[in-house]
Design a protein around this ligand. Structure first.
Ligand code: SAM
Length: 280
């Protein structure tokens, strides 16, 4: 089943948090000259036109990126992320939202590598087309979880792995934990960032418990809720679970997340959280 299309959701509050974390991790990798691999297991289409029927239907980006992109009181932690958004929106008009592959493409250096997988028959060709002229990159129509076995460890022994499934099938909540375990077995020093939605809190509690049971240490949880938890339909919060986070990430998110919450949720409901699932 591949009915999920990210074009309905691109640039929403969840993308803002996800891509803030993604850009901060990439910037941390760049503090060393040595090349690294960026592996995006569930990459999406890459570029999203915000005037599309899909984006207009939900209008989710209006309560996400549109609320922050031209603020003049933005914390420095958003600079790298915003430089990517601005690169695809010249002229002061928010036309496109760059997904995780395009944010990585903008931030990575000549010596780094991007590997991306996407399964959707419509989104895969769009993504491939974006990267035709980028010889740092490899785009495959393949299963993202499989990459955690076949692509790791990277030759450079430095790697950032973004795992961002749609969770349209319930087994994704277990598949991500198994995938991380497979990846970690091969490459324990990699930085793994797993995105999750909070639709039913119980599902996330179970997933976190299973992650704890893997015995993996240094797992940081970052979350922004736009509503209190609820058992009604829809996503009330989203977050990133980061294994082996760069040492500054906790403090950076403690600075930027309350700002994002204030701007994204002017009603003041919901919450933010930065805490360790398992420390050292
Ligand atoms: N990471 C993207 C971003 O931040 O811009 C968004 C990705 S979207 C949430 C999830 C994507 O995963 C969808 O485009 C979907 O088609 C794709 N997908 C679903 N199952 C997959 C699988 N097993 N392997 C690779 N891609 C998959």
């Amino acid at each position: 089943m591949l009915s999920y299309r990210h074009s309905f959701h691109a640039g929403n509050h969840a993308d803002v948090v996800k891509h803030t974390v993604q850009s901060l991790i990439i910037e941390a990798f760049k503090e060393k000259e040595k090349p690294f691999l960026y592996l995006d297991t569930h990459a999406g289409a890459g570029r999203y036109f915000l005037g599309s029927e899909h984006a207009e239907k939900t209008g989710e980006y209006l309560e996400g990126i549109a609320r922050i992109w031209q603020r003049d009181d933005m914390p420095a932690e958003l600079e790298a992320y915003m430089s990517a958004v601005n690169a695809y929106n010249k002229g002061g008009y928010l036309k496109y939202y760059p997904g995780s592959p395009l944010i990585a493409r903008h931030l990575l250096r000549e010596q780094d590598q991007l590997h991306m997988t996407e399964l959707h028959p419509t989104d895969y060709p769009l993504l491939r087309h974006e990267f035709l002229k980028d010889d740092r990159s490899k785009v495959l129509r393949a299963d993202g979880y499989q990459q955690l076995k076949s692509q790791l460890p990277p030759q450079s022994r430095r790697g950032f792995i973004l795992i961002d499934p749609p969770y349209e099938i319930k087994t994704d909540y277990q598949a991500v934990v198994q995938g991380i375990q497979e990846g970690y077995k091969r490459f324990a020093t990699g930085v793994y960032a797993l995105w999750y939605p909070v639709v039913l809190r119980q599902q996330i509690k179970r997933m976190v418990k299973e992650l704890e049971e893997t015995g993996i240490r240094r797992i940081l949880q970052i979350e922004l809720a736009v509503q209190p938890d609820s058992d009604r339909r829809g996503m009330s919060a989203s977050g990133m679970i980061v294994i082996n986070p760069p040492w500054k990430l906790e403090q950076q998110m403690n600075t930027v997340l309350p700002w994002l919450h204030r701007v994204l949720v002017p009603e003041g409901i919901g919450h933010t959280k930065v805490s360790w699932i398992t420390p050292e």
